[in-house]
Write a protein that binds this ligand. Structure first.
Ligand code: SF4
Ligand code: SF4
Length: 406
């Protein structure tokens, strides 16, 4: 007799998801979180990689990867995400005890409400940990530097989740969820979904077990419904009923009503191809993206001037260190001799910080006799990473020939 197979596997999947969901924000690789978007530094931490919000290309590649992955899964496997993996439906199952709220007496009702609220706040804290590094989150809630902002976010999100878990529940999946609305566009006649097996329709004894257990309160016997989240409760419920008659469930996961698998059809193949390509591109870009970004801009407050036998120009070196370690940057001018860089040509930058350094280049004034502007190649050497790059900078002849002392 077939009994509740899919719900057994859903429970296992749910347990794995809960463990992953709770532990992921605490795991670090190379000093970076495994998976968070840090709202303090505007950085994505993804599997040990750290991507800043202004790193357009890797973020675009990442966005495209998730878009194509989403298209592939939806076109091929329908709402399997909704019924098995979506945080909303996982939370609904974790808080299903509230559905029997009206059946209890006052102490039981009070206990259920307190338990639901406590669970909601814990889930809210778990969600916030994907945006606020756990070190900051716990320090600002329980340490010396109490943060009203984090506390307010926690209580507000916890209360919204509480209302969602208590009052909205699966209505969200069947009505307002944008993913559900996209299903009708992306589905085709070979997409995986829960179907009543057409050739066995006549065996239905109209016990309504499948309707009673349905998460979104639909009657899938009437045909496909965009509110179905593929949770398979109807399959198991019918299996229980039919099992007593020595038969199998009248419902099943099928690739279209006729259950013809077409994994190589155009929409599946193209979306899978684009998913793989965009993932490879993302990895290549992310790995090759420099952790230290350097810019050189003219120092506007310092007009080019002569100092004794030298002409001097001022610049600002902007160094953004996205790494977790100190960085030492040295500068020199390529293919030129007889110049000076003051006051420093070596700069140290702390981890995860952006600093501006002013420096001056002095050249022998003879070099500017025949030209108002010299194009210099500034070599920027990253000492720790043993990498270097060249930035072109313009060195301007001072407007006045008056000698000034610095
Ligand atoms: S019809 Fe079946 S699979 Fe769809 S939501 Fe209802 S119980 Fe879940
Ligand atoms: S559970 Fe099965 S037998 Fe009962 S009404 Fe639903 S389809 Fe018919």
């Amino acid at each position: 007799m077939m009994t509740n197979n899919f719900q057994f596997y859903r429970r296992i999947v749910r347990a794995i998801l809960v463990i992953l969901g709770v532990t992921l924000p605490f795991i670090k690789i190379n000093g970076n979180h495994l998976l968070i978007f840090n709202i303090y530094t505007f950085e994505f931490h993804l599997f040990g990689l750290s991507l800043q919000i202004n790193q357009f290309l890797p973020l675009l590649a990442l966005f495209l990867f998730f878009t194509f992955l989403f298209l592939y899964i939806t076109v091929t496997f329908g709402r399997i995400w909704c019924g098995w993996l979506c945080p909303q439906s996982v939370s609904m199952e974790l808080t299903s005890f509230i559905q029997s709220f009206n059946k209890g007496n006052l102490p039981v009702k009070t206990f259920k409400i307190i338990l639901l609220y406590a669970l909601s706040v814990m889930i809210a804290a778990n969600i916030l940990l994907y945006f606020i590094p756990y070190e900051i989150f716990f320090d600002r809630l329980f340490g010396n530097e109490f943060s009203k902002g984090i506390f307010t976010a926690l209580i507000t999100l916890g209360t919204l989740l509480f209302l969602n878990f208590w009052l909205v529940r699966y209505k969200f999946c069947a009505t307002v969820c944008p993913y559900s609305m996209l299903q009708s566009i992306l589905f085709d006649k070979h997409t995986l979904a829960v179907w009543m097996i057409p050739e066995r329709r006549d065996e239905c004894i109209n016990c309504l077990s499948c309707v009673k257990v349905c998460s979104t309160k639909i009657d899938i016997r009437q045909g496909q419904n965009s509110a179905c989240i593929n949770c398979a409760k109807c399959i198991d419920a019918c299996a229980n009923v039919m099992g007593k008659l020595g038969k199998k469930s009248l419902f099943a996961y099928r690739f279209g009503e006729e259950n013809k698998k077409r994994f190589t059809r155009f929409s599946s193949t193209v979306s899978l191809f684009l998913t793989v390509i965009s993932f490879i591109i993302f990895i290549l870009i992310a790995v090759s993206t420099k952790k230290v970004q350097v810019e050189v801009i003219p120092y506007q407050k310092f007009l080019p001037r002569y100092i004794h036998d030298f002409a001097a120009n001022g610049y600002v070196l902007v160094i953004e260190n996205g790494d977790n370690k100190d960085k030492t940057i040295a500068i020199e001018i390529e293919d030129l001799s007889g110049y000076e860089i003051t006051p420093n040509s070596i700069f140290k930058v702390k981890p995860k910080s952006k600093e501006d350094f002013t420096f001056f280049v002095k050249l022998k004034r003879d070099l500017l006799e025949n030209t108002p502007i010299l194009n210099l190649k500034l070599k920027i050497v990253n000492k720790e990473d043993k990498t270097s790059e060249i930035k072109n900078i313009s060195f301007r002849r001072p407007i006045t020939s008056r000698r000034s002392k610095k």
